[in-house]
Unconditional design. Structure first.
Length: 147
């Protein structure tokens, strides 16, 4: 059972990269652009962005799986919830802290992968409009950004 538990957690974490890409491309740059567009502006009036509400959504999804685990004994609920949580934590560390420097940490990280992630995100932010966006993933970006 521990192997299966770890498999579900890691599979959920990996699936969340797809969900981040999908929701970023088709939801944030689609019908919920009104919540995401402040993230593409250079001058923010507040430290918080309307875009931060997407964190709340995924936290609620994670909480639902904890409830399913606790209330109806749905054993995959906890590893799924932890996979979503760990992806959210990774997203916060990479996207908000490492890339956007919302906190002044991880500034000295400089390797091929880190440069590729930053480059891909910089290209994504070149467009301040919802159309013509490029590179919607976070941890998995096309090879061209690593050259």
């Amino acid at each position: 059972m521990p192997f299966l538990w770890i498999f579900v957690l890691l599979s959920t974490f990996c699936f969340m990269e797809f969900m981040a890409w999908f929701s970023h491309k088709y939801i944030m740059h689609g019908f919920l652009w009104s919540l995401h567009k402040d993230h593409h502006k250079k001058d923010h009036k507040s430290w918080f962005e309307r875009n931060d509400t997407f964190f709340i959504f995924y936290a609620l999804v994670s909480a639902v799986f904890v409830i399913l685990w606790g209330e109806i004994n749905f054993w995959p609920g906890l590893p799924i919830a932890l996979g979503i949580f760990l992806y959210g934590l990774t997203y916060f560390l990479v996207h908000d802290i490492f890339i956007h420097q919302r906190f002044k940490l991880f500034r000295s990280i400089d390797n091929k992968y880190a440069r590729g992630i930053r480059r891909a995100h910089k290209i994504h932010h070149k467009s301040i409009h919802k159309e013509k966006g490029e590179c919607f993933g976070m941890l998995w970006v096309p090879k061209k950004y690593f050259k």
